[in-house]
Design a protein around this ligand. Structure first.
Ligand SMILES: Cc1ncc(COP(=O)(O)O)c(C=O)c1O
Length: 448
């Protein structure tokens, strides 16, 4: 079926895309921004303010993609603009010790339950790289459990079964097909990866019985956020904690998406489960590039200089401008007894309830999963999507793309990729949720 992707006007976006392809591979800097996802090409965004963005043709949208969740306070929040403007006048970065990084580290350790100490990186990928290196050094083992469909950045060993594939390619759940996500990774790298299905404690225990003696860690997204939004089954994260402890394996929560979003202390606070190590990024930076690893001193001290240290360098670690932004952002999140979190949950739940009732009224087979600040819509005849295999087998991702193109015409911006998720920020308000719901109703009329 031909997809109608006409927004009000896209002449300038198309011109820019043609030009971009002369210099940039596929005209973009990440496949998730280009034609792999957007048909007939990306919408070029020129400006943002609050929860609104404007594209190169002057079309205005309410943004619910929010830089893949990096913008917890929306675009150009005045306090953040002021923090950056003041800070840059005093020099952008020194690659030396600064009070700015101590200000953030202190706040971070106060907010995140498992953070006795932290180390900053420049992206979520760098943080998950470091987490695995630390876990391996701490345990002396190299293998680790990775769950099917979880994405932990683009570091070699994580690039197994992170993309969706047709169900016939997946193999049996007890013996999953091992599908690399990238060329150029030495096949031997994947010998260290023990693949497991997520949201299934019994299967994981069977795997641990066999492999625990050679495992450094189990790494998990606490809410699966790269196949849309798949929350853990009741008690599943606590079961993961118990199993990791019982079998002597470190538990890593990859909170790059969930950190600072669901609660000041991320999912570990929200669900009351304490991982050994956790990684952060996205919302922590409020739009600036950052990553971080947190954990107990007993593990993070392995980075202290010495003969068997874990090496971690980085010119831009603890970048001064970013640190100034993060201090401002964290203070905004914690102000008025954490009012920001009440707002994120309230608005998100309102959007979710509204969308559910639209799909029900219009008799469209769709589920809306997630809660509060993050959710995703699946066009499916199922009542819920519990894991990677459900996502690959039962979700009509093309229908979702058509729905999103219809929303673009209704001034709502979101990626057409079903693998991502809707983001609520402190910049959204009730009227923006009303705007979304009115647009979604129209979009449903268009796709049904
Ligand atoms: C759960 C998770 N971990 C790690 C990463 C990598 O973060 P970054 O894109 O900042 O390298 C991502 C990015 O989407 C992610 O979703």
């Amino acid at each position: 079926m031909k997809v109608d992707t006409n927004i009000r006007s896209r002449t300038r976006s198309d011109e820019l895309f043609d030009h971009a392809q002369k210099y940039l591979i596929e005209g973009v800097n990440s496949p998730s921004r280009g034609r792999t996802v957007f048909e007939p090409g990306p919408i070029f965004i020129e400006r943002g303010e609050g929860c609104r963005i404007w594209d190169a043709d002057g079309n205005e949208y309410i943004d619910f993609m929010m830089s893949f969740g990096a913008l917890i306070h929306g675009h150009a929040h005045p306090a953040i603009v002021s923090a950056v403007s003041q800070a840059i006048a005093g020099g952008s970065h020194f690659a030396s010790a600064t009070s700015a990084e101590v200000d953030v580290a202190e706040r971070f350790c106060r907010m995140v339950p498992s953070a006795e100490a932290i180390r900053f990186t420049n992206s979520g990928t760098e943080a998950t790289m470091l987490a695995l290196r630390l876990a391996r050094a701490a345990t002396g083992h190299t293998k680790f459990v990775k769950f099917e469909g979880h994405y932990h950045g683009w570091y070699d060993p994580y690039l197994l079964n992170a993309h969706a594939h047709p169900p016939r390619k997946l193999g049996a759940p007890e013996n999953p097909a091992r599908i690399p996500d990238s060329a150029g990774v030495p096949p031997a790298t994947f010998n260290d990866v023990v693949l497991a299905p997520w949201n299934d404690a019994a299967r994981l225990e069977a795997i641990l019985q066999k492999h625990a003696h050679e495992l450094a860690a189990i790494i998990t997204e606490p809410i699966m956020a790269n196949m849309g939004c798949i929350p853990p089954r009741d008690g599943y994260l606590a079961q993961l904690r118990e199993l990791a402890t019982k079998y002597g394996v470190l538990l890593i929560f990859d909170e790059v998406v969930t950190g600072f979003r669901y609660a000041p202390g991320g999912c570990q606070e929200f669900y009351g489960v304490r991982p050994d190590l956790s990684t952060f990024g996205k919302a922590l930076g409020a739009g600036f590039p950052i990553g971080a690893i947190a954990g107990p001193r007993s593990i993070l001290n392995r980075m202290k200089w010495g003969e068997d240290m874990v090496l971690h360098y980085g010119t831009f670690n603890g970048h001064r401008l970013t640190m100034k932004v993060v201090t401002t952002s964290l203070d905004l999140l914690m102000a008025e007894n954490k009012a920001a979190y009440r707002k994120l949950h309230h608005l998100g739940d309102q959007a979710i309830a509204g969308l559910r009732s639209i799909f029900e009224r219009r008799k469209i087979g769709a589920v809306v999963q997630g809660f509060g600040p993050m959710f995703q819509i699946y066009f499916t005849d199922r009542t819920a999507i519990h894991d990677y295999r459900d996502y690959c087998s039962f979700v009509d991702t093309r229908c979702y793309s058509r729905f999103i193109y219809a929303l673009h015409k209704q001034k709502i911006y979101m990626t057409p990729s079903n693998g991502l998720h809707w983001i609520i920020t402190t910049a959204h308000g009730e009227s923006d949720i009303d705007g979304l719901l009115a647009a979604a109703d129209q979009a449903c009329a268009e796709i049904s």
